[in-house]
Design a protein around this ligand. Structure first.
Ligand code: TRP
Length: 329
């Protein structure tokens, strides 16, 4: 067994990744992969909780998501990359944890309340959707991790996960499941093209696999400092929507020049966008290059390999869980 601490995290396969995912989640995973024993998985059953009425697209999104992760820099030599629904033990643990989870905990879950109000185009008044955090607890506890790297939006789920672990341990009188900490991803540093949170559904995203022909008009149309009506007006990078992009993707040595140029109006927004396009092209090129080398067979091999490792771990955990609850028939 390795000495490293173990972490686990997952993502729902709902479409191609964009820069918001990269800087919000994936960059964090990449940073953690040397220090920790990492388990990263595609939460396809979780996608089903909201997409059950039209589930046909999930299948294509699964290898697509793995391809995006690996292209972005997740290294399958260092991390176990796997698919939730291929490890049936998750369903068994979900069922067992369901038995001990009080309904009130789920009904009070803020994510559930919020999503029921917001996802009005989908009928999510289902047992499965209410149980989303229990399935998530099964995903997590299966691998007895030390921590879970997530964004702030997942904190209520993680708190529930710890409560479920505590309750299981209490009911069965064994200190078996850990109470994993959160490894909080910093707030998304990259806003969408229009300044709101970057999201495919807002139409304000740049995809990791988009080509420059698609990206150029998007960047040209980006909002900058709204108070800067003409090039001769001085601007303020601290309220400009473009500047965070430079901070993440442009050579840091050039930032003072951009900032000063904006403030004294010697740089126009057009110059700024031109430079950003160069930076974007440089940033995306290696990702897109790696993506090309990841064909269907390679991805299938990597996923099979990861599934095997995850399954072995899950089988071991479940054997112990069955013993603990007296179901070791
Ligand atoms: N709920 C997470 C999300 O929407 C995805 C997820 C499922 C997950 N199971 C998990 C994240 C376990 C971390 C750990 O992003």
């Amino acid at each position: 067994m390795s000495e490293k601490k173990r972490i686990l995290s997952g993502m729902r396969p709902t479409g191609p990744l964009h820069l918001g995912h990269y800087f919000g989640v994936i960059a964090n995973w990449i940073n953690l992969q040397d220090e920790y024993d990492c388990y990263f998985f595609v939460a396809d059953w979780h996608a089903l909780t909201s997409e059950y009425a039209d589930s046909s697209r999930i299948k294509g999104f699964v290898p697509g998501l793995v391809q995006d992760w690996l292209a972005a820099g997740i290294d399958p030599e260092k991390c176990v990359v796997f698919q939730q629904s291929m490890i049936k033990e998750h369903a068994e643990l979900f069922l067992i944890l369901s038995m001990v989870t009080p309904l009130g905990w789920l009904e009070r879950n803020p994510t559930w309340k919020e999503q029921r109000e917001q996802l009005t185009n989908k009928d999510i008044h289902t047992h499965g959707f209410l149980g989303y955090p229990v399935l998530q607890a099964a995903d997590i506890l299966m691998y007895l991790p030390d921590a879970v790297p997530v964004g702030k939006d997942q904190l209520p789920h993680l708190e529930l996960n710890r409560e479920i672990a505590r309750r299981f341990n209490h009911i069965f009188g064994r200190d078996f499941f850990p109470e994993p900490k959160d490894l909080l991803t910093e707030e998304a540093k990259l806003p969408g093209l229009d300044g709101r949170k970057m999201s495919k559904s807002y139409g304000n995203a740049i995809g990791l696999s988009e080509d420059m022909d698609t990206i150029v008009p998007k960047v040209r149309g980006m909002l900058t400092d709204e108070n800067r009506k003409r090039k001769a007006d001085p601007g303020d990078p601290s309220i400009c929507n473009l500047f965070p992009y430079h901070k993440l993707m442009t050579d840091p040595a050039r930032l003072p020049e951009i900032e000063a140029g904006c403030r004294d109006a010697s740089w126009g927004c057009v110059d700024c966008k031109k430079l950003l396009l160069e930076s974007l092209e440089k940033f995306l090129a290696p990702i897109q290059e790696r993506r090309k080398s990841l064909d269907e067979d390679t991805l299938a091999d990597i996923l099979n390999e990861g599934n095997k490792k995850a399954r072995a771990y899950a089988q071991d955990t479940m054997q112990q869980v069955r013993e603990i609850i007296g179901f070791d028939f």
